[in-house]
Design a binder for this molecule. Structure first.
Ligand SMILES: Cc1ncc(COP(=O)(O)O)c(C=O)c1O
Length: 383
């Protein structure tokens, strides 16, 4: 599987046609990611694309046409999805700090809300005029995935701590309209090991079983969140979809008490592969023995490497030759503006670099306002 949605010739053509820096997303690759995952999942598993990974309108429409559901986490995302006029029951709304107007719109649109604490339940109950089914987001104990993004199972801004759930359920019993009818628990990020994902999911199903058996919660849905990983380097193995799908089916078989729906909310897995980011080299320099290439764009367009230390895969378009360790820096006046230390051929001003798997957490997470450089265009490519 290539880490780049476009060939060298296509990258050159895109750069000429649209200028650089730019992002490009390829429809056929987004469709292939969605279909490959869909194909291995049991029918009872619903795919809800996490809009935060990339809210580009064409990408959303592409997934909607494949019958995707959507996971939103802000007013803006809810509005983008509302514009697609989907049928009922295809939208979820999560987020640790939901504002009044967000909850109001979510109620109006009939989206399924992932309540992150008693405050969400209480505020919804006060707004609702008829019964509302919600999912309770629980921050599980004993799930050590080691993610910097979600923070493992230590203290967390997300959800209700598992040990606090009995108390919350007792208080929720007095609410008039709001009914807890699902569990949302999510403890993985960029996880490419099917066994690790399945172990986390098994742990969440055990938690669901306790909620059902010990506390009598009627569960229509178990939402396992996102976290399905993609490779960011040639030597990283992709998630084994067959093992994942088979394992999920076996998990469902081990829990015959649960006859509802399972929701998966992948963002990265569905969107990352379809995107490339193209930027040219502005300067090359040596500093105290280190080779630098300074590019037209940096963390103002691709912030993730600075946040996670994980560079995006990168290729020098149309260039070959011996590889040299090169630090890729952006044009911003901060030493945080680094896209990684990578092995590339000799670079010169004007050379085009293509960054792969940037369809997720690329443009959407960029700091485009910082230093007021031009905002890169996002190009949607239909095959
Ligand atoms: C509630 C929720 N669902 C889904 C996702 C998507 O995660 P990923 O892109 O790792 O699949 C996130 C990411 O932060 C999230 O917060």
């Amino acid at each position: 599987m290539s880490l780049f949605a476009f060939s060298d010739a296509e990258c050159s053509n895109l750069a000429t046609a649209h200028g650089t820096p730019c992002f490009a997303y390829r429809r056929s690759v987004a469709e292939a990611s969605f279909s490959a995952l869909r194909a291995v999942l049991p029918p009872r598993v619903r795919l809800a694309y996490a809009v935060k990974a990339n809210p580009h309108a064409d990408l959303l429409a592409c997934f909607a046409a494949l019958d995707a559901s959507f996971d939103c986490a802000s007013l803006g995302e809810l509005k983008r999805i509302a514009a697609l006029n989907l049928g009922p029951g295809r939208v979820f709304f999560a987020g640790p700090g939901k504002r009044e107007e967000e909850l109001k719109l979510a109620l109006e649109l009939g989206v399924r809300i992932q309540a992150e604490g008693f405050e969400d339940l209480e505020r919804l109950d006060a707004m609702a005029t008829s019964d509302v089914a919600v999912n309770l987001r629980v921050h599980p104990l004993g799930v050590e995935e080691g993610s910097r993004i979600l923070g493992g199972s230590g203290p967390s801004a997300f959800g209700v701590d598992e040990e606090a759930v009995p108390d919350l359920l007792a208080r929720a019993g007095s609410l008039m309209h709001v009914k807890i009818r699902g569990l949302h628990a999510f403890a993985a990020s960029n996880q490419r090991d099917a066994g690790t994902l399945l172990a986390i999911h098994a742990r969440i199903f055990d938690l669901a079983k306790r909620l059902h058996h010990d506390h009598g919660v009627l569960l229509e849905q178990i939402d396992l969140g996102g976290g399905l990983g993609v490779p960011y380097a040639e030597d990283e193995t992709p998630l084994d979809l067959t093992t994942f799908g088979t394992g999920l089916a076996a998990l469902l078989d081990r829990h015959p008490w649960f006859t509802g729906e399972v929701i998966l909310e992948p963002g990265r897995f569905l969107a990352a592969p379809c995107g490339v980011y193209l930027a040219r080299v502005v300067r090359v320099k040596e500093s105290r023995g280190e080779r630098f290439a300074i590019l037209e764009g940096g963390v103002n367009h691709l912030l993730r490497p600075a946040l996670t230390g994980q560079p995006f895969p990168v290729r020098a378009v149309g260039k070959a030759g011996p590889l040299h360790r090169t630090t890729l820096a952006g044009p911003l006046c901060t030493s945080l503006d680094r896209l990684g230390e990578v092995d590339l051929p000799d670079l010169a001003p004007g050379d085009l670099l293509a960054f792969g798997h940037t369809g997720a957490y690329g443009f959407t997470e960029a700091m485009t306002a910082f230093l007021s450089h031009p905002v890169p265009p996002e190009v949607w490519v239909e095959d």
